[in-house]
Design a protein around this ligand. Structure first.
Ligand code: NAP
Length: 251
């Protein structure tokens, strides 16, 4: 039996991961959803780790998937220079991004590592974003999502640092982008945001002419899982940041 712990399973990719993985009766899936009040008290993850240890006993965790994240909309459609008119919101969003997407995952990794060490597979997968790839930003001049991208880049660095420490114990830490996935993020785009969205989509089309639009979440999750099965320390992926294809092709 394989044991999975996955964060951010209330909706989107996390929800679909739990749905697909739990179809296999030979798996035990523990999905974590945030309790906003407890999150504010910073006690929820510690409790979740203790509760998980109770459920799984000495079986350990095979796959720890850091999926939950704050997908900021504030910076999603505008170049960074345009955010200057709202400095307070910029600061608040940066703090929330760093706290959720970086610090939250540091706590997650530290708290669950003893269970991962007990597991057989020993894979820690952080769901990242192609937005964090410097070569892609520079080649396509991707202006939007600067703050979100920076939080994911910081998370990728943290993943590499955990890998540097725990690779020798056989734990694979890896950051994987899921591609551009349909989870309803663009359902409430405001008229003034449409231009920025179209600019971004135009750049995607130039980068990947085969791209036919947002990937349905079920398909994206299947691809993601197939890829993380292939990733290993022996294959050279310890601490790496890769796409859903397991390479640097982001779409
Ligand atoms: N969809 C894409 O195209 C895409 C592309 C690149 C990367 N990603 C990454 O894929 C992962 C899943 O995102 P998604 O697309 O499925 O988005 P989503 O549908 O918005 O789901 C995000 C999940 O993260 C949780 N979350 C949000 N803020 C949180 C916080 N402050 N603390 C703890 N949990 C929080 C949400 O819980 P609540 O319901 O409580 O808010 C939700 O379960 C994220 O890491 C995202 O960055 C997605």
């Amino acid at each position: 039996m394989s044991v999975y712990v996955i964060t951010g399973v209330s909706k989107g990719i996390g929800f679909e991961l739990v749905r697909q993985i739990s179809e296999d009766t030979n798996t035990l899936v523990i999905g974590l959803v945030r309790d906003k009040a407890a999150t504010e008290k910073k006690a929820s993850l510690k409790q979740a780790a203790a509760d998980t240890a109770q459920i799984i006993g000495d079986r350990g965790v095979d796959y720890l998937v850091a999926n939950g994240a704050f997908p900021s909309h504030f910076d999603a459609y505008d170049p960074i220079g345009n955010l200057a008119t709202k400095p307070q919101e910029l600061e608040a969003v940066c703090s929330k991004l760093f706290q959720t997407n970086v610090v939250g995952n540091i706590h997650l990794f530290n708290l669950f590592l003893p269970s991962v060490m007990q597991g057989k597979v020993k894979k820690v997968i952080a769901i990242s974003s192609g937005h964090a790839d410097l070569d892609l930003i520079n080649a396509l001049e991707v202006e939007n999502s600067a703050l979100y991208a920076a939080s994911k880049a910081a998370m990728n660095t943290i993943v590499a640092k955990f890998s540097a420490q725990y690779k020798r114990d056989g734990v694979l830490f890896v950051a994987v982008s899921p591609g551009v996935v349909e989870v309803g993020h663009y359902e409430n785009v405001l008229p003034e945001q449409i231009e920025g969205l179209q600019r971004f989509m135009g750049k995607i089309a130039a980068y990947a002419p085969h791209f036919k639009g947002l990937t349905p979440v079920a398909e994206a999750v299947r691809t993601l899982r197939e890829t993380w099965e292939r990733l290993s320390i022996e294959g050279g992926f310890a601490g790496a940041f890769v796409s859903h294809f397991g390479n640097k092709q982001w779409l």
